[in-house]
Design a protein around this ligand. Structure first.
Ligand code: ADP
Ligand code: TRP
Length: 343
């Protein structure tokens, strides 16, 4: 059986380099390796986007971004989360085995309360990991490529799937989740995360994790002028142009390493570490290098994006076909779940 690979990205804002190197690049690679399902998490996005027109627009733009960046709707299944009614059904059923204490200690939730100043959080935000677990379990996913920040969500998913299996499958052995010895397989398959270490956290312009909620992004599909402004505002220190520059905690250095092709980076690295000629060794020069690297790396995708944005009917057609395929994968799983709980 080919591995089933699943992941999603929330349509809660414009996509940035962190989303690409932390997630989408991996999606594109993995579609060659197995049965890949990728979706636009527009139900999750409702926890932060409160305007219908904007929610619709961001869902569309995120779909276009996936396609432009190389997610191939023939090789993989690309769909909108909200087109799968089984998702919200499973979300509820799963909720009946989820300990509230898990949700209370969820990093993503606590981070929103502690660092984003949310004082009266809504249920949707609290229950976010349950919907994510439903996303994963509904399609019998084996592998879930995500950024490091999502690791705990995958741990929860396995815990809750195990609890559900133990609750509803008599004779289920947690050491033997597929039931190879016991002949009592779980209702749910246990998925594993795939986190790529070298790009586990892409730094933003200020050196913190790049995130739309920190306002420190370099966007993938913003107009040229805006991208240029973003790249020019990457934080640097006060090392003079002719001096060797530190490589630790330097977002500009880390971004060059990600964006430039290896040979170009090797030359830049050399210049960075040696100092010397102020014209080619100052931070301004390295920012220009980053901008050129960005244009080279993302120019073709930006062009495809501009074309697809003007063809919403085609995008809609692809998404509807994707949803049909995804519901085909979901059907046997939801049937097992319903039978297990007595619906
Ligand atoms: P944001 O933090 O901007 O709200 P999301 O939470 O929507 O981004 O992230 C979507 C996907 O991109 C997730 O898989 C996440 O782990 C990945 N991702 C987002 N930002 C980064 C980053 N700075 N470095 C690595 N991966 C990231
Ligand atoms: N929570 C993920 C994020 O913020 C998005 C997401 C929703 C997801 N459901 C998922 C990722 C299922 C992987 C699998 O990035």
């Amino acid at each position: 059986m080919p591995q089933r690979i699943l992941s999603g990205v929330q349509s809660s804002g414009r996509l940035h380099l962190g989303n690409y190197y932390g997630a989408i690049r991996e999606f594109v690679r993995l579609q060659e390796e197995g049965e890949a399902l990728y979706f636009i998490a527009n139900l999750h996005a409702l926890t932060s986007v409160r305007d219908a027109a904007l929610a619709r627009q961001l869902t569309f733009e995120t779909a276009v971004a996936f396609l432009a960046l190389g997610v191939d709707p023939v090789k993989s299944t690309l769909f909108r989360q909200s087109d799968i009614p089984e998702i919200t059904e499973l979300y509820w059923i799963l909720g009946s085995v989820v300990p509230i204490s898990n949700l209370e200690r969820a990093h993503s939730y606590r981070d929103k309360l502690e660092n984003k100043g949310i004082t009266n959080p809504e249920f949707g935000l609290f229950a976010y990991p349950v919907l994510m677990a439903a996303d994963i379990l509904l399609y019998d996913s084996d592998v879930v490529p995500v950024g490091k920040d999502q690791k705990q969500h995958l741990e929860f998913t396995r815990d809750w799937a195990t609890k559900f299996n133990a609750q509803y499958v008599p004779g289920y052995d947690a050491q033997d989740p597929r039931g190879e010895r016991s002949k009592r397989p779980g209702v749910f398959k246990l998925p594993v995360e795939r986190i790529r270490d070298e790009t586990a956290v892409v730094p933003g312009r200020d050196g913190q994790k790049m995130s739309k909620s920190y306002g420190n992004t370099i966007d993938l599909f913003a107009p040229d002028k805006e991208v240029e402004k973003q790249i020019k505002s990457v934080k640097t220190d006060s090392t003079p142009p002719d001096q060797p520059k530190p490589v630790e905690n330097q977002p500009l250095y880390q971004l060059l390493k990600l964006v430039l092709p290896p040979e170009a980076f090797a030359a830049a690295d050399q210049a960075w570490r040696t100092g010397g000629d102020p014209k080619t060794n100052g931070y301004g020069y390295f920012k220009n290098l980053l901008l050129e690297g960005y244009q080279q790396q993302f120019g073709p995708a930006r062009k495809r994006y501009a074309e697809l944005v003007n063809d919403p009917a085609e995008v809609e057609r692809l998404l509807e076909a994707g949803a049909q395929k995804a519901r085909g994968y979901a059907a046997p799983v939801i049937a097992r779940v319903r039978a297990a709980v007595g619906l």
